[in-house]
Every structure is written in structure tokens, then in C-alpha cells.
Design a binder for this molecule. Structure first.
Ligand code: NDP
Ligand code: N5H
Length: 257
């Protein structure tokens, strides 16, 4: 059965290029007939995002700037969305950032500024955009964010991002509790490693992928399509009883010792 999200509108935050997990989610939502609104952080990727969105050939799609470190940009972005579409039914938060030098060596080497930057962009931003999105989710809604196993366990080099993901996962639960009374659900997908722009330059990504292929129960690495399809489930009524949940889409790797 093909799920239909005909007549529903979703905000997708965090497409940088065609490899982005956000783009996998967007394709799944688009295939189900949803209307999509894309947000991007800086001018750096504006053209890339606009080019990609054009390939959807959907003239209802919108592309708006939204740097999540700036309250005024979040406010302006959701004011635009309100003006142009009114009601939204869901939001995909696919955003994270930490300084490269804090993603190697010992966690302890992070400084105050780097710690706060990672938490600001990768964790607080979910709460900031959930607050803004709530106002437009007048028919109920579903918010989905992305996390990684390194938020639950120590994974070499993930460091400050792991601490930020732990905060993000706790935020999912507190937000789910706050927003449940408005019919808004909040969940996270904990994805297995996928080669994206963020993962680029990460030392030894090949050996991380090889370990998954050799040891994960499903003996293969995670794809954008697998994450996209789980997001589609979380955005649809099929998951109407699910909130505050962290769903692992990682070939089962997280169950291993
Ligand atoms: P991408 O590099 O494709 O996406 C990261 C996105 O974060 C970019 O689109 C970037 O926007 C956005 N971003 C960074 N800073 C800001 C900001 N200040 N305001 C708004 N957006 C910002 O990588 P992924 O698709 O891999 O990452 C998406 C999510 O998935 C992240 O939360 C990541 O932690 C998570 N994840 C990734 C895994 C993987 O293996 N790839 C595994 C598990 C989780 P811009 O390009 O416009 O700067
Ligand atoms: C254990 C690992 C490998 C080591 C850690 C990787 C952490 C990655 C997450 C963050 C988001 C990467 C990051 O911030 C990179 C930036 O410093 C530099 N890159 C950029 O600025 C690019 C151009 C833009 C688009 O990136 C962002 N984020 O804006 C984890 C891996 C096995 C899995 C993984 C890669 C997880 C994850 O959370 O992404």
C-alpha cells in the first residue's frame, strides 16, 4: 500500500545537497503527494537547494532561508509559511553542526564556545522551531528529528556531538509531553551512518561503514530511502499512537554489545 499525504504540508529543514538525509525524507513525502516547504541555513547552499527542489516539478514547493541560530530568521520564516500556506502538518528537523576540531581526539578538548555552538545548532534549535511550528499545526502534527547512536553511547570521535544528541533526545521527550495535548507528536530517528556532506572529512568513515556491513544484524548500511520511509510512517496516521520515541533505522546495529 502506498501511503497518501495528499492535502498535507510539511516543512523540511536541512537539505544541503542530494545526499542529505533531509532530501531522502523530502522524496518520500513528495512521492506520497505532500506539499513541501524547504528551509536552508546560508546562501552557500541556496542555489543547490533551489536546483534540487526544481527537480520535484511541484509548483506548490517553497524554499525559505532559516538559520536556526537566529531567532529573527526563525520568526520571519514561520511568518512567511503562515502567510503563504496557513496550516502545516509536520516538520523534519535534519540539522546539526559542531566545529570540526571537536569531532576528533578526546571529548574533553572541547571549549565552552564549541560546546555551546554544537548544542545551540544541534539541540536547542529543535525546541525553537517546534515552538514556532506549533502555531501553524492547528490540525495536529508530527515533528521528526535525526539523532545518532553516539548520543546514547560513547562512539569514538563523535564527542561533543554525542553530548548534543543526548540533549536533543531528551528534548524530544519533553517536547512530546508539552505538545501532546495539541495533537502534536515528536519523535526522533536514530540513523545508521550515511555518507553525507556532514560525514565528509570524517576520518575513517569507510571503516565505520565496513563494520556495519560485517556486524549489523541486516549486514548492510543504512540508506536515505530507509530513513525517508520511516519518516513517512512517523508523519502519517499509521504512527498516531507514537510520540516521544527514538526509532533506530540502523540495520539493527544498536542492539549489539
Ligand atoms: P547534511 O550535511 O546533508 O545536512 C546537515 C544540515 O545541517 C545542512 O543542510 C546544514 O544546512 C544544516 N545546518 C547546519 N547549521 C545550520 C544552521 N545554523 N541553521 C540551519 N541549518 C543548519 O548531513 P546529514 O543529512 O547527514 O545530517 C542531517 C541530520 O542527520 C543531522 O542532524 C545529523 O546529525 C543526523 N545524522 C546523520 C547521520 C549520518 O551518518 N549522516 C547519522 C545519524 C544522524 P546548510 O547546508 O544550509 O548550512
Ligand atoms: C562517529 C562518527 C564520526 C565522527 C563524527 C562526525 C560528526 C558529524 C556531525 C556533524 C554535524 C558534522 C559537522 O558539523 C561537520 C562540520 O564541522 C563541517 N562541515 C560543514 O560545515 C558542511 C559543509 C555542512 C553542510 O555541514 C553541516 N553540518 O552544516 C559519526 C558518524 C559515524 C555518523 C554521522 C556522520 C553522524 C551525524 O550526526 O552526522
Amino acid at each position: 500500500m502506498q501511503l497518501s499525504l495528499q492535502g498535507k504540508t510539511y516543512v523540511v529543514m536541512g537539505v544541503a545537497n542530494k545526499r542529505s538525509i533531509a532530501w531522502g525524507i523530502a522524496r518520500a513525502l513528495h512521492a506520497a503527494g505532500a506539499r513541501l516547504i524547504f528551509t536552508y541555513a546560508g546562501e552557500r547552499f541556496e542555489n543547490e537547494v533551489k536546483k534540487l527542489v526544481a527537480t520535484l516539478e511541484d509548483d506548490r514547493a517553497l524554499v525559505l532561508p532559516c538559520d536556526v541560530t537566529k531567532d529573527d530568521e526563525i520568526e520571519a520564516c514561520f511568518a512567511q509559511i503562515k502567510e503563504q500556506v496557513g496550516v502545516i502538518h509536520g516538520l523534519a528537523h535534519c540539522i546539526a553542526f559542531a566545529n570540526k576540531e571537536h569531532l576528533e581526539g578526546e571529548y574533553m578538548n572541547v571549549d565552552r564556545e564549541g560546546f555551546l555552538l554544537a548544542h545551540n545548532i544541534s539541540a536547542y534549535s529543535l525546541t525553537a522551531v517546534a515552538k514556532a511550528a506549533k502555531e501553524l499545526m492547528t490540525e495536529g502534527g508530527s515533528i521528526v528529528t535525526l539523532t545518532y547512536l553516539g548520543g546514547e553511547r560513547v562512539v569514538q570521535n563523535y564527542n561533543v556531538m554525542g553530548v548534543a544528541k543526548a540533549s536533543l533526545e531528551a528534548s524530544v521527550k519533553y517536547l512530546a509531553n508539552d505538545l501532546g495535548k495539541y495533537g502534536i507528536r515528536v519523535n526522533a530517528i536514530s540513523a545508521g551512518p550515511i555518507r553525507t556532506l556532514s560525514a565528509k572529512g570524517v576520518g575513517d568513515f569507510n571503516s565505520i561503514l565496513k563494520e556495519i556491513e560485517e556486524r549489523a544484524p541486516l549486514r548492510r548500511t543504512t540508506t536515505q530511502e530507509e530513513v525517508g520511509d520511516t519518516a513517512l510512517f512517523l508523519f502519517s496516521d499509521l504512527s498516531r499512537g507514537v510520540t516521544g520515541e527514538i526509532i533506530h533505522v540502523d540495520s539493527g546495529y544498536h542492539i549489539l554489545a
